[in-house]
Design a binder for this molecule. Structure first.
Ligand code: TIU
Length: 220
């Protein structure tokens, strides 16, 4: 398996030690009426990441690379929702309130589900996370350790929020992370660009950045 052509230099891809980590590609972020929209965002900005992520997901499955999905959300009784997170923003509609896809960001509701284009299949772990980072208050670290994973190929939304928080958590835990530039997205295009630039700056302070085409070439 070839190295992946990436910035700031080529990524030493080891498929048996790598996982494709797809972060929060949920209806609540990508469709009208969910959490993203409740925060005042234009959800259409994120949808460009769907097709490239689907292509990488298909290739990873075919190559036998571990696939892990995450979902941001809370228990129906909201017992794991910090009051600070619920209050933040002073929005009229917030986490736990009724929306067109069910209660916003609540596990089991329609809006909490991963979008159908990227739905998990049998054998793929789904991590339910109450925070922005996928390591906080989850069993992700245990699952990665059990599978001998040391490299993460990261897709998902949003680039500067849950992708970056997870990337930083992973970096401090010793993982080599590659963020796919077209498989991630932000409600703010300028934040997406800056967040990607921060990853590979300073010799790769947080890791590597590459377009999905470079990952697909390595997986082929
Ligand atoms: N608001 C925003 O940009 N993101 C989130 O709230 N969660 C994730 O990024 N998944």
């Amino acid at each position: 398996m070839p190295a992946i052509d990436a910035a700031p230099y080529s990524f030493p891809f080891e498929p048996a030690r790598a996982a494709l980590l797809i972060i929060d590609m949920q209806r609540d972020f990508l469709e009208p009426g969910g959490f993203g929209a409740a925060l005042g965002n234009e959800v259409g900005h994120l949808r460009g990441a769907i097709a490239p992520t689907r292509a990488v997901l298909t290739a990873a499955r075919a190559a036998g690379v571990c696939v892990i999905h995450t979902r941001e959300g809370h228990r129906p009784d909201l017992a794991d929702l910090h009051p600070a997170k619920r209050r933040r923003g002073n929005h009229a509609t917030t986490i736990g309130d009724a929306g067109p896809m069910g209660r916003i960001l609540v596990r089991g509701e329609a809006g909490h589900a991963i979008i159908p284009e990227l739905a998990p299949i049998e054998g793929e772990a789904v991590i339910d996370k109450p925070g922005k980072g996928a390591f906080y208050a989850t069993d992700l670290a245990a699952i990665l350790a059990a599978r001998g994973i040391s490299q993460l190929l990261i897709a998902g939304v949003t680039t500067e929020v849950c992708v970056h928080t997870t990337l930083r958590e992973a970096n401090d835990r010793g993982f080599d992370c590659l963020v796919m530039s077209d498989c991630t997205g932000s409600y703010f295009p300028e934040f997406h660009a800056a967040a990607l630039a921060m990853v590979s700056a300073q010799g790769g302070i947080f890791g590597w950045v590459a377009p999905s085409a470079a990952v697909l070439a390595a997986l082929a």
